[in-house]
Design a binder for this molecule. Sequence first.
Ligand code: 5AD
Ligand code: FES
Length: 349
Amino acid sequence: MCLMINNLLDKLYSERTLSKDEFISLINCPKDTSEHLRSLAEKVRIENYGHDIYMRGLIEFSNYCRQDCYYCGIRRSNTSCPRYRLSFNDIAECCREGYRLGFRTFVLQSGEDPYFTDDRICKIIEAIKRDYPDCAVTLSLGEKSREIYKRFFDCGADRYLLRHETANKAHFKKLHPENQTFEGRMECLQILKEIGYQVGCGFMVGSPFQNAECLADDLLFIKKLNPQMVGIGPFIPHGQTPFKEYSAGSLDMTLKMLSIIRLMLPGVLLPATTALATIDPRGREKGILAGANVVMPNLSPVKVREKYQLYDNKVCTGEESAQCRSCLEKRIQSVGCRLVVARGDSKNI
Ligand code: 5AD
Ligand code: FES
């Protein structure tokens, strides 16, 4: 049944896309062709980025969130989540330490926290760009209006991560309460592109109610949006959410998606995510071998790390940034790559 799969892989490699039915066949095909897919994706990663792996310093500066995604551990209804906010000085300190360790991109991520007004965010962006003009600032702050996205961009923000979560409208409704709409999410991504951000979308693999058709929709959507970055990782249940009983997404399916995306968008930036490292002790390394070329270790102060729990058993919640960096360095070298000190802009422009 999977005999034609090698033909599909060759077609994906040369044409950089497939039809929806072809994607569904590829997604449904069991493991036996996975090595062929992986090695093509690794080859394409090397053609585009050599053996360089970019690192981004992730600063999770607030876990307050006004939204209530059913899958997420920091959703507003989770009253047992200890909430925290980093001060301006805390954030500045993270950047200082990060710069010293070789980070040249800072990712400011938080829940949708009204305390962090536009003025406060602009002040942070401007301070980072002033003190580290050779660094890129990436925002991951959720859904905002066009005006606010534009303001942040004009203050100096370079990139914006906003996962689309699923490109299938019926599926989106099953993952979110009614006030969070599929159209709203898609519009935000469109606006971010129009403003001129380097944009990242993405989704969870194995989220509840996801099927092969949803994944095929994700792939076709990503092809159409043509983003600079794609963040994907397995869904991992969190014990204080409505999805606590669902099982986690699989390693193999996550790696398969990484490889397919590398073949579709050869120059895209593709992180081997913390969620991937959480479901497998060599998840990051396997992600890189499957075509990923970015790692995003945590720069947040150790004291708040375990409070930013989107899912259970998140890795690297205890180590200092410096330890995190040297641990990563070794892991990356073990798969023949090197961590580079660079902004690492996308080759997908
Ligand atoms: N498992 C895996 N990923 C999750 N995210 C949120 N909750 C979970 C979970 N339980 C992802 C979402 C979000 C990103 C910041 O983290 O895709 O966009
Ligand atoms: Fe915060 Fe989803 S729970 S944006």
